[in-house]
Structures are given as structure tokens and as C-alpha cells.
Design a protein around this ligand. Sequence first.
Ligand SMILES: [Mg+2]
Length: 164
Amino acid sequence: MDELEPVLAVDFDKTICDDSVEYPKFGKLISGAKESLQKLKDMGYKIKIYTCRLNGQAMSSGAFAEQHSSLIDWLQENEIPYDGITMPSEGKIFAEFYIDDKGIRFEDNWDEVVSFIEKNGNIEKSKEDRISWRDSLNEKSMNESLSQALSEGISLEIKKIKDK
Ligand SMILES: [Mg+2]
């Protein structure tokens, strides 16, 4: 993607994909997302998906590859028009706009931002979300170590057979 092209950074969960199933499973397409992203592309914007599913935490826990391929499958199955997916190494990407269910628009209005959070924030609920995210990563790492143990076991068996 040309770095001079106008980018829209678009969140995934609860912005394109709903939360009708338990995370980290993939929910259903949110109504209007596909058509709206196409309209934005037709205006000349490049759509870049940015998601916590592919953050540094996912990378370090070994869950990245699995999440990345499942995300691409979902985007293709749902025919989502997009131009790229942000990688953890990119950090905060340069974008014209961020489209995100977690966003609060800032317009020199810190007081309003604070009262919005006071009114709408739910620290306990967001803690549950963080726990479920962390658990999903741990689950992945466990599977990873299991498959590593299995493959090491298999190599050992092969070696034993060869040594005979
Ligand atoms: Mg979201």
C-alpha cells in the first residue's frame, strides 16, 4: 500500500464483526459494514483493519499466526473490502480517521470526554473482556506447547526407529 494514500483504520470486533459468540470465536457480520466499507473505498480511501486480535500480546503468546489466518478467512468469507491488516510492529498507524466502537471523539472537550466515560464506562465489564482475551491467549499457548511436545515426541520416535 502506498504510504501517501489516505487510510481509514477500521477496528474489527464490534465494528465489522459482532459479539454474538464468545471471544475469540468470530461472530456475524455487522449489518451495513460491508457496503459502507465499499463506499469508503470508492471515495478513494484505503481500508486498513486494526485489531487487538493481532497485537503484540498475541504475537508474544504464539497466538498470532492462528488469529491472522482465521481473520483473513473471515474477511474473505464475508467479502469485506479491505486493503491491509495492521501488524503489531506498525504501532499506531497514520490514518485520516479511526472507526472503532471504543472511540470517543476528541474536539478540545476533555470535560465531555471524562463525563462520557463516567456515564458509560464499566470497569468490571471491561475486566471480564480482558480476562477472556488473556485466557484465549493462554489456551493458544497451551495448544502450541502441546503440539510442540507431540512433535518432539514424534521426532524422538523416528530417531529411535532410525537408530535400530
Ligand atoms: Mg472493537
